[in-house]
Design a protein around this ligand. Structure first.
Ligand code: ADP
Ligand code: ADP
Length: 236
């Protein structure tokens, strides 16, 4: 079923409705539940703006954003996010970083306090699935860049969001590490069946991972293309 729908969404950061002020202009988008969608395009085309709209951090100036058949009009819970730059807290070890969403979200805090060991086990098992078993008590700076991104993805998934948003998650990694993480991510998604939206400027990455690819152009930032890609994915 359709999980995300954008209808003629435009956004200007100054509230103006003039075409030249639009960061994105009349974007239509449709994303199926459990699919892997990539948004590709050059710097400045509006990729980050799209992600802010989908997580409810920005409201559209014109048009509508629907998530799970409800109009988005404020910060959305049930969305996990990870970014290019590590946002792990340096003074917390890996397991405490992964458990962070439970402490900062009022939606989860209550449940977390009553069922802490259950959530700790869940976090441990996620870390194991991404190859970080044994590193739970290490600090972020003791781990390689690739390992930090694995941990960031665990943190984005620990509260079992229905949508995972990844904004250039592998952009800072070397080619070999990047490819390892592509395999890790595609295995994780096949196992857990969450919906993924990946922002990248790496077409090879998009082609490797995504079922659907939206290509955005720089001016005025509208989506120009919607490709369904059916490359074979490597199997575990
Ligand atoms: P991308 O992520 O693809 O690089 P962005 O969504 O960051 O693109 O930017 C799209 C357009 O919106 C650009 O023209 C950018 O300068 C503008 N923009 C982005 N963020 C802001 C902001 N906070 N205030 C004003 N303009 C912004
Ligand atoms: P990644 O591909 O995730 O970036 P690396 O290629 O840097 O990881 O490291 C490969 C393996 O080496 C890791 O899976 C880990 O077992 C080990 N390793 C890397 N950095 C460290 C570290 N700081 N402490 C302990 N082991 C490490």
């Amino acid at each position: 079923s359709e999980f995300i729908k954008l209808e003629k969404v435009s956004l200007s950061y100054n509230g103006s409705t003039e075409l030249q002020d639009m960061a994105i202009h009349e974007v239509d988008m449709s994303i199926q539940q459990g699919s892997f969608t990539a948004v590709v395009g050059p710097s400045g085309c509006g990729k980050s703006t799209m992600m802010k709209l989908l997580s409810g951090l920005q409201a559209p100036t014109l048009g509508y954003v629907f998530l799970d058949n409800r109009e988005v009009n404020g910060p959305v819970s049930g969305v996990g996010m990870a970014f290019q730059k590590s946002t792990l807290l340096p003074w917390r070890n890996i397991i405490d970083n992964v458990l962070l969403p439970f402490e900062v979200s009022p939606d989860y805090e209550h449940r977390y306090r009553r069922r802490k060991s259950e959530y700790v086990n869940k976090a441990m098992s996620l870390l194991e699935q991404v190859g970080l078993k044994g590193f739970e008590h290490h600090f972020p700076w003791e781990l390689s860049g690739g390992m930090q991104q694995r941990a960031s993805i665990c943190r984005a998934l620990v509260h079992e969001p229905s949508l995972l948003i990844l904004d250039e998650p592998f952009g800072a990694l070397d080619a070999f590490t990047r490819e390892e993480l592509w395999i890790m991510l595609s295995e994780l998604q096949q196992a857990k069946k969450f919906t993924v939206l990946l922002v990248t400027h790496d077409l090879e990455e998009a082609a490797y991972l995504a079922d659907d690819i939206y290509v955005m152009s720089t001016r005025p930032g509208r989506i120009t293309h919607h490709e369904k890609v059916t490359f074979e994915r490597p199997r575990a």
